[in-house]
Design a protein around this ligand. Structure first.
Ligand SMILES: C[S@@+](CC[C@H](N)C(=O)[O-])C[C@H]1O[C@@H](n2cnc3c(N)ncnc32)[C@H](O)[C@@H]1O
Length: 227
C-alpha cells in the first residue's frame, strides 16, 4: 500500500466527522440508527450520498444548504478522507462521512429518518444488475429509511444505468420529478435556477467523463406508486 494511502487511513481515524463502524459487528444495528439528529445536534433534514467517493457532492450541497444535514457513504476510507478533510479545513459542521457498504444501510438508519438520497456516478454494474444502486433490491432498502415522499436523485454518465433506472421507475409506476438526458446541454442558471443549484456540483468522476465528451444524465423520483 502506498505511503499516502497509509497516511490518509491514519488521519481519517482521527477525524471526528468520519464514522468507521467495527466491521466485525456488521450484523447488528449501529448505535447511531435513529439517533442522527443527536449526532448533528439538531433536527434538520438528512440527505445521504451513496457511493460518495471523495465526497464532492456531499460537501458541495452542504456548503449551499447549511440548514440540511448530509451524510456521505462509501466503503473506501482513503476516498472519504478528501471530503472529511475539506469539511475540517472549511469548518463545515453539517456533514458526516460513514464508511460502510450501501448493502448494510438499514443497520444505520431508522424508518423515516432520511429525507433524500443522492446516487452520484454509481458503478453501472453491466454484468450484475442486482448490484446496481437503483435495482429493486436497493430501492426496497431505501424505502425503509426514506420519509414517505423522500426523493431519490441519480446523476450519471452511464446510458445503461440511466435507461435501466427509467425502466425501473416505469415498471414500478414510481413518480418522476425531473429527468434530463444532457444536464450540461439542457440546463443553466436561467432555465431552472433551483435545479441548476443542485446539479452544478462536479465530482471527480464527472470531470473525467466530461473530458471524454460524455453526456451527463439526471433523474429524480419518489418511490411512491403514481395515482
Ligand atoms: C465511480 S465511483 C463515484 C464516486 C463519486 N460519487 C464521484 O462521482 O466521484 C463509485 C463509488 O462508489 C463506491 N461504492 C460502490 N459500490 C458501493 C457499495 N456497495 N457500498 C459502498 N460504496 C460503494 C466506490 O467505492 C466508489 O467510491
Amino acid at each position: 500500500m502506498g505511503k499516502d494511502k497509509l497516511k490518509r487511513f491514519a488521519e481519517v481515524e482521527k477525524f471526528k466527522n468520519v464514522i468507521q463502524p467495527n466491521l466485525n459487528n456488521f450484523l447488528n444495528d449501529h448505535e447511531l440508527k435513529g439517533k442522527w439528529s443527536t449526532k448533528f445536534n439538531n433536527s434538520n433534514p438528512i440527505i445521504l450520498e451513496l457511493g460518495c467517493g471523495r465526497g464532492e457532492y456531499t460537501v458541495g450541497l452542504a456548503r449551499k444548504f447549511p440548514k440540511i444535514n448530509f451524510i456521505g457513504i462509501d466503503i473506501k476510507g482513503s476516498r472519504l478522507w478528501r471530503g472529511a478533510k475539506t469539511c475540517v479545513e472549511e469548518n463545515i459542521n453539517n456533514v458526516f462521512f460513514l464508511r460502510t457498504k450501501v448493502d448494510f444501510i438499514e443497520q444505520f438508519f431508522n424508518t423515516n429518518e432520511v429525507n433524500e438520497i443522492w446516487l452520484t456516478f454509481s458503478d453501472p454494474q453491466p454484468k450484475k444488475p442486482r448490484k446496481r444502486l437503483t435495482s429493486p433490491l436497493f430501492i426496497e432498502r431505501y424505502k425503509e429509511l426514506l420519509k414517505k415522499d423522500g426523493v431519490i436523485h441519480l446523476k450519471t454518465d452511464s446510458d445503461l444505468l440511466y435507461e435501466y433506472t427509467l425502466e425501473e421507475i416505469e415498471r414500478n409506476n414510481y413518480s418522476i420529478i425531473n429527468h434530463l438526458n444532457d444536464v450540461h446541454g439542457q440546463l443553466n442558471d436561467k432555465s431552472d435556477p433551483e435545479l441548476y443549484e443542485i446539479l452544478n456540483i462536479e465530482t471527480y468522476y464527472e470531470s473525467i467523463w466530461l473530458k471524454e465528451g460524455k453526456k451527463i444524465k439526471y433523474v429524480s423520483f419518489t418511490a411512491i406508486h403514481k395515482g
